[in-house]
Design a protein around this ligand. Structure first.
Ligand code: KIV
Ligand code: NA
Length: 269
């Protein structure tokens, strides 16, 4: 049985919830035994597709990757991001798109970025059978309004706004809330105040769980390196060294060797 959304909600204040992003079946397979939650994040636009923001990500892209992650896993709860433009217009538009995503991917829940303005949509979803993960603080889909990717909550009015957003989303029925890029004090205050477990990214150890973009923590994505990322491996260097060794082998005819080729055809007697 997969980890369910209510099971994750019940972890509030208990053992921290472990979450990583995943975009492909083989990566999901590797991560699945170790995490509670796999997040098919729209960060794939930057990490896999080379866009400089998450705004160009489409429903079709999310669905293709969500279905792949679902096929590659059997244990973790899978949450998929609704991409920019697919849910902000109205609760009805959002619901239609979320239903399509769940039907075509088999994912258990969706995530949307937003605060007080989004609370009615969250309530609309939960009443109609779709678990919602919230996302407050630094909201990458609002990069053009927020004017960059800076951490939130340094100023007291900004901190109060993020707190009000988290409370509204939790009270609307979100089963968990991602808190991104906020000061430690604010992350701790939100975690203490809201019923939903908080999943932090760049938000200190004070949250009820943590998430990282998997390519960041594996050292596969190096276009930029946010302060909050801890590198658990340097796979980018490993890939680069492997490509260099392969190129040298091909150029010097060391590859393929005798063990890599099909034997010569035996002459029939
Ligand atoms: O898109 C993403 O990967 C995310 C998580 C990092 C929270 O939204
Ligand atoms: Na996202």
């Amino acid at each position: 049985m997969r980890v369910s959304c209510p099971e994750l909600t019940a972890r509030k204040g208990g053992e921290p919830i472990v979450c990583l992003t995943a975009y492909t079946a083989p990566m999901a397979q590797l991560l699945d035994p170790h995490v509670d939650l796999l997040m098919v994040g729209d960060s794939l636009g930057m990490v896999l597709y080379g866009f400089d923001s998450t705004l160009p990500v489409t429903m079709d892209m999310m669905i293709a990757h969500g279905a792949a992650v679902r096929r590659g896993s059997q244990h973790a709860c899978i949450v998929i991001d609704l991409p920019f433009g697919s849910y902000q217009e109205s609760a009805e538009q959002a619901y239609r798109n979320a239903v399509r995503m769940m039907q075509e991917t088999g994912c258990s829940a969706v995530k949307m970025e937003g605060g007080r303005d989004l609370a009615p949509t969250v309530e609309f979803f939960v009443k109609r059978g779709i678990p919602v993960m919230g996302h407050v603080g630094l909201m990458p889909q609002s990069v053009n309004v927020q004017g960059g990717y800076r951490a939130r909550g340094r100023a007291t009015d900004e901190a109060a706004a993020v707190m009000a957003d988290a409370i509204a989303i939790s009270e609307a029925g979100a089963f968990a809330i991602v808190v991104e890029g906020v000061m430690e004090q604010l992350a701790e205050a939100i975690t203490a105040r809201v019923a939903a477990p908080t999943i932090g990214i760049g938000a200190s150890a004070g949250c009820d769980g943590q998430v990282l973009v998997v390519d960041d923590m594996l050292g596969l994505f190096s276009s930029f390196r946010p302060r909050f990322v801890k590198r658990y491996a340097e796979l980018g260097e490993t890939v680069s060294e492997a490509a260099q060794a392969y190129a040298a082998d091909v150029r010097s005819r060391r590859f393929p060797g005798p063990e890599h080729i099909f034997g010569s055809i035996k002459k029939s007697s």
